[in-house]
Design a binder for this molecule. Structure first.
Ligand code: ATP
Length: 456
């Protein structure tokens, strides 16, 4: 099997309706991508799997869907209005702009972390190693400058009067500001978590690496509110849960590793990322952070509302500590595609591309393929029955071999063929994507057969 490259993934996505360049007919727009019919199904299934694991199956976690536009004071309290900026360098030859820390990490294939480096240290690394522009290949950099990451927009009330509002750069503030609401309305007892899946926006200008880093992306994350004395156990627990989620999705343990942060924020007690072995090298897939009482304390200070929790048993009042677990849905999508992509040599000199996706996140669960157009009645009936339960693909065009290959490329785990025997005995052939084995089962068993195999 040849190694998966980013080009192979991007091409497959473009040609098979998974992901397209944003605003493509206008020449595109940097770092924006549109999910096509196949991609939107995979991404929705990833989000569903995450929600099921971390919200549905955990009675102490409550979901929320907070507003993207928040009172600007939220961003003063969080520190974003003052500090949310990246170290950027411009290539003087091609005028492209890059993040200095990413240049170092990409150049060293993830073996050097620039996280704890000062701007001066990053500049000297780049000069010493003659790190070239990834776009034009020249070595001609401006000095590092700080580049603001929050998108600003405005809210007009009267003509000429406008108030600045921000597109949220992270979803978690929506949980912090709802801590009191959820604690009271759900009678939640600490430790409990608030979880959210939603869009965030960052003025990232580093091009390349497909959907790894985009200006508009979805985060799936939760904030667990707990007593400080139990916080380190909960932190360790989420590290394991985060990893187990990835293993259960089908990731190989060899492609995942924990990476403790080299430098902690002044308030943080611990911080760890899970790195994935992406086609471009090891990079952050998700983060687990011990944020102490910092977030709720800051909101207490800026809003004037007490964020204290009254322990109903001990009558003690305290501001809970926060453990955060956060993963990008789009970044996970890229990891999932990279992990699932396989090129296989088949008997007879043939070859195939197959996405070995976990059936729960496959875009369509089954492809219904009548052997010939003139026997499609039963196939249409089956499609109508199964599509009430899950996403199905119907394809009657081309040879059966070609149709199987098309399903393999987008990761459809099962294909059902309706043939002349079906008309006689009401049985069908069901083919497994990964093993390519085919078995014959009664038409009436198809729904159950698939349902048993697509659970997460
Ligand atoms: P990075 O160092 O890669 O910029 P970060 O440490 O700033 O990421 P967090 O703020 O902790 O990231 O966000 C949590 C998760 O959200 C990340 O682990 C990643 O999966 C995802 N994420 C963050 N920024 C982006 C982005 N620009 N595009 C896509 N996903 C992102």
């Amino acid at each position: 099997m040849s190694k998966v490259t980013m080009d192979k993934i991007v091409n497959l996505c473009k040609n098979r309706g998974i992901i397209f360049q944003g605003s493509e007919i206008y020449g595109g727009m940097g770092n924006t991508w549109d999910y096509g019919p196949v991609g939107v199904e995979i991404k929705n299934n990833i989000k569903r799997a995450w929600w099921k694991r971390f919200v549905q199956e955990d009675p102490s976690t409550y979901g929320v869907d907070a507003a993207i536009l928040m009172n600007p004071r939220v961003w003063d309290a969080s520190g974003h209005t003052q500090n949310f900026a990246d170290p950027k360098m411009d290539c003087k030859s091609c005028k492209q702009r890059f993040r200095a820390d990413n240049l170092i990490e990409d150049h060293s294939k993830g073996t050097v972390s620039a996280e704890a480096m000062t701007n001066e240290e990053m500049e000297s690394y780049i000069n010493e190693h003659q790190v070239k522009c990834p776009h034009c290949g020249n070595f001609s950099w401006t000095p590092i400058r700080q580049f603001k990451l929050m998108f600003e927009t405005s809210r007009g009330t009267l003509d000429g009067e406008k108030d600045v509002v921000y597109l949220r750069p992270e979803t978690c503030q929506g949980e912090y500001v709802n801590f009191l609401n959820i604690q009271r309305s759900m009678r939640a007892k600490v430790p409990f978590a608030i979880a959210q899946i939603g869009k965030s926006f960052r003025n990232e200008i580093t091009p390349g690496n497909f959907i790894f880093r985009t200006i508009e992306f979805e985060q799936m994350e939760l904030q667990k509110f707990c007593r400080d004395t139990e916080s380190m156990n909960i932190y360790e627990d989420y590290k394991e849960k985060a990893k187990q989620f990835l293993l259960d999705l089908g990731f190989s343990a060899d492609n995942l590793k924990f990476h403790d942060h080299d430098k902690l924020a002044f308030y943080a007690k611990a911080a760890c990322d899970i790195f994935y072995n992406f086609p471009m090298g090891w990079s952050e897939l998700n983060g687990i952070h011990h944020r102490s009482t910092h977030d709720l304390s800051r909101h207490q200070e800026f809003s004037g509302k007490s964020m204290q929790y009254l322990d109903p048993i001990t009558n003690e009042k305290y501001i809970p500590t926060v453990i955060e677990y956060s993963i990008g849905a789009d970044r996970l999508m890229l990891a999932v595609l990279s992990e699932a992509y396989n090129e296989e040599e088949l008997e007879g000199g043939d070859s195939r591309v197959v996405l070995k996706l976990h059936p729960a996140i496959a875009p369509y669960k089954v492809a219904i393929l009548p052997l010939q157009k003139n026997i499609n009645e039963k196939a249409i009936e089956l499609y109508n029955q199964l599509s009430k339960k899950f996403m199905c693909m119907y394809d009657e065009a081309g040879s059966i071999g070609k149709r199987y290959r098309r399903q393999d490329e987008i990761g459809v785990p099962f294909s059902v063929t309706i043939d002349f025997d079906t008309l006689e005995d009401n049985t069908v052939t069901i083919r497994d994507r990964d093993t390519m084995e085919q078995i014959r089962i009664p038409l009436t068993d198809v729904e159950k057969y698939i349902e048993e195999r697509i659970q997460f």
